[in-house]
Design a protein around this ligand. Structure first.
Ligand code: SAM
Length: 322
């Protein structure tokens, strides 16, 4: 099992397979994606080598992210490879969900267990204004289909002062009957968006207090769960989670490592640089990847230091997957 010098154990790989995205979220790629094509990013054989190496070191969960992972033509193959790797027990993806209705069942057939879909607003106009895409209804249809098909669905909602911070009741009304877990994520500062962050960042703490007041109860965290504290309520089909990266001790429960679509290992979402493992991946060298990662891990720092305004080399989260 991979362990760092602070005793944190890593059984969760977040693998970005592309930097490209066709949404233009105001806090991520407001001007759209203008980078290399998918052919420049990790290829299937490299991905296979990578996941095998991680699995042999105790990784049991892989999340396929991006950019927008469903923009890759071989997305189903990536899922299938991850699901077929001995030791990998759960395969998840994070997606904007625009292709969920059309392709979600094929993803599940390939071995996908869970989708996290990003929805920052349940108001179609506001959704379009945040993402640059008028696709909320299409995405909600995809979610209904995924839920019916038994795929575990989580929703990511980035808290934004001028958009959704005061719309808790609308989300609650939806969760009354919709069996998904919706996680409010505090906006994180990234290199491209210091001003947007200063205007829009809002703490999740008032929401947490309101939930407790209204009878929501905290759930125990599973072994390979993310950093969300989740809550349930007997009157609601859905659950709510809060991800508060600026809270004290947030990094103490860190259990994930990241590999960007260009084959760089990131010990933290906000590290200063990625460490290039692509030469090993290109050669199919599973042992080399394992050795590299084991040695690199001793340099993982105790915290992201985001609260000090240090955003590392991360200009936006499409670069390496949120
Ligand atoms: N394209 C996919 C999607 O739309 O979910 C996956 C990539 S996206 C970068 C992953 C997640 O990161 C999304 O839920 C997005 O809302 C979140 N995200 C992006 N930038 C963020 C930021 N600055 N702070 C917090 N969350 C952010």
């Amino acid at each position: 099992m991979l362990e760092d010098s602070y005793g944190r154990r890593f059984h969760y790989l977040r693998l970005s397979i592309t930097e490209a995205c066709n949404f233009r979220c105001q806090y991520c790629l407001p001007d759209g994606y203008d980078g290399p094509p998918n052919s420049a990013f990790l290829q299937l054989e490299e991905i296979q080598t990578l996941i095998s190496a991680f699995a042999q070191m105790g990784t049991s969960k892989v999340r396929i992210t991006g950019g927008e992972p469903s923009l890759r033509r071989d997305f189903c193959d990536v899922i299938a490879h991850a699901a077929a790797t001995p030791g990998i027990e759960r395969v998840a993806t994070t997606s904007h969900g625009a292709r969920l209705f059309k392709d979600g069942l094929r993803w599940a057939d390939a071995g996908l267990d869970q989708v996290n879909i990003s929805i920052d607003s349940l108001d179609p106009n506001q959704f379009a204004s945040i993402t640059g895409q008028d696709k909320l209804q299409q995405i909600l249809k995809g979610i209904d289909l995924a839920v019916e098909a038994g795929i575990k669905v989580k929703i990511n909602t980035v808290l934004l002062q001028d958009f959704n911070a005061n719309r808790l009741n609308r989300f609650l009304a939806w969760l009354k009957k919709t069996p998904v877990t919706l996680r409010f994520i505090e906006l994180m500062e990234t290199g491209d968006h210091h001003e947007f962050f200063a205007r829009q960042h809002v703490s999740g703490e008032p929401i947490r207090r309101k939930l407790i007041e209204e009878g929501w109860q905290p759930l125990l965290r599973e072994k390979n769960a993310g950093p969300a504290q989740e809550y349930y309520h007997p009157d609601y089909a859905g659950r709510i989670g809060l991800i508060m990266p600026y809270s004290k001790d947030f990094c103490k429960s860190c259990n994930r490592l990241r590999v960007a679509a260009n084959g760089k290992l990131h010990l933290c979402l906000f590290s200063e640089q990625g460490l290039d493992i692509r030469p090993y991946l290109a050669q199919g060298d599973v042992q080399g990847v394992k050795q590299f990662i084991t040695e690199a891990l001793s340099d993982k720092s105790v915290s992201h230091f985001l609260q000090e305004g240090k955003t590392g080399a991360t200009r936006n989260l499409a670069m390496l997957g949120g």
